[in-house]
Design a protein around this ligand. Structure first.
Ligand code: KG4
Ligand code: ZN
Length: 334
């Protein structure tokens, strides 16, 4: 089996995956309690918690399948992108056990992990367009038949998840904001107010900072007038603006490339409204939509093990000399 390790941000996760792609165990230790008082992730606290949690989690994972290091064939670990200190904890741990047990090391790009989470539940049909929407990234990419990633569009400023989290924080909602926004939005009217989302030179690029400002300005204006904020309606309209921007660009990418496979992944892909609207888009454009279950959209280590399996099959190993890379690119030159 393959051991997957993910420590790029505020979740310590380990997983065991069979070599045939079958999931065995997935454990996630969330640090939400640790970072909630600060309204966001504190990097030093995140690293320290990863260090504390990694060994107990791996022992628990082995216990669940009544197994141990003897049955591990390779170690897949997130190399980047993410918080450098957090990444280092996972990567150095993985290197140490790789040396101790003479195991091959598989370096995984966290964003590739989000995409490969899809293939834990759906057949791998390529080429595909993938929309990766997470806390730190909003990327439209093409995954070709040789499993190479090509850029189509990216965000010029904030990521979709980051925008949800920032507005939630401004509105006094708990961290992380995305799930709270979804919950509140379900009680509101998405047509209450139409928030604009900017257009850019590259029609497949995203920009959410203007939307963020217009939500803040709108809320301030209501407060100045002494009116109580129609929170559910506001949040529903804001969520709708984000979803619509994601749909619009994805639809363009489908039209430009003519590709009939669509993957939507990353933490924000857990959002009900986005999933529903993406299905409508897929039906309208006659494309096959693959979205991982919500629990596989948010950070986990099964996705890292699954992307690691793809590297193993290609004989692509990580050298012990390689380091964590907080800005690791998805677009390799080879
Ligand atoms: O992929 P992920 O777990 O971590 C990163 O790689 O960043 O994504 C986390 C992001 C956060 O911004 C969080 O607010 C958002 O995903 N998120 C959601 C939902 N669940 C998580 N956003 C909208 N609706 C959700 N249900
Ligand atoms: Zn992620």
């Amino acid at each position: 089996m393959i051991l997957g390790i993910e420590t790029s941000c505020d979740e310590t996760a380990v997983a065991l995956l069979e070599e045939n792609g079958q999931a065995l165990v997935s454990l996630i230790s969330s640090q939400v309690d640790l970072h909630t008082p600060y309204g966001g992730v504190v990097p030093e606290l995140a690293s320290r918690r990863h260090l504390e949690m990694l060994v107990p989690l791996i022992e628990e994972a082995f216990g669940r399948v009544d197994s141990g290091w003897i049955e591990v064939k390779a170690i897949a670990v997130t190399q980047g992108p993410g918080l450098v200190g957090a990444l280092l904890v996972g990567l150095e741990f993985a290197k140490a056990v790789a040396i101790a047990y003479r195991l091959p090391l598989l370096g995984v790009n966290h964003l590739a992990g989000h995409v490969y989470a899809t293939f834990l539940e759906f057949p791998q049909k390529l080429p595909a367009i993938a929309l990766i929407v997470s806390g730190g990234h909003t990327e439209l990419v093409l995954l070709d038949e040789l499993e190479r990633f090509h850029p189509l569009g990216t965000t010029r400023d904030d990521a979709a998840g980051e925008t949800l989290d920032k507005i939630a924080r401004f509105l006094g909602l708990p961290y992380p904001g995305g799930p709270e926004i979804q919950r509140l939005a379900a009680q509101g009217n998405p047509a209450f107010h139409r928030f604009p989302v900017g257009e850019l030179d590259n029609p497949l690029d995203f920009s959410f900072s203007g939307l963020k400002t217009s939500v803040l300005t709108f809320a301030e204006a209501w407060r100045k007038e002494g009116r109580s904020l129609p929170l559910a309606n506001l949040v529903a309209s804001f969520q709708e603006a984000i979803v619509q921007a994601l749909i619009r660009k994805t639809e363009r990418a489908i039209d430009q490339t003519g590709i009939r496979q669509l993957i939507v992944c990353g933490g924000v892909a857990a959002n009900h409204r986005l999933r529903q609207r993406m299905q409508e888009l897929a039906d309208r454009r006659n494309v096959t939509l693959q979205v991982p279950s919500p629990g596989l959209c948010t950070d986990n280590a099964l996705m890292i093990a699954r992307a690691g399996l793809a590297n193993l099959q290609k004989g692509r190993f990580l050298s012990l000399r390689e380091d964590a890379d907080p800005n690791l690119s998805l677009f390799r030159l080879d």
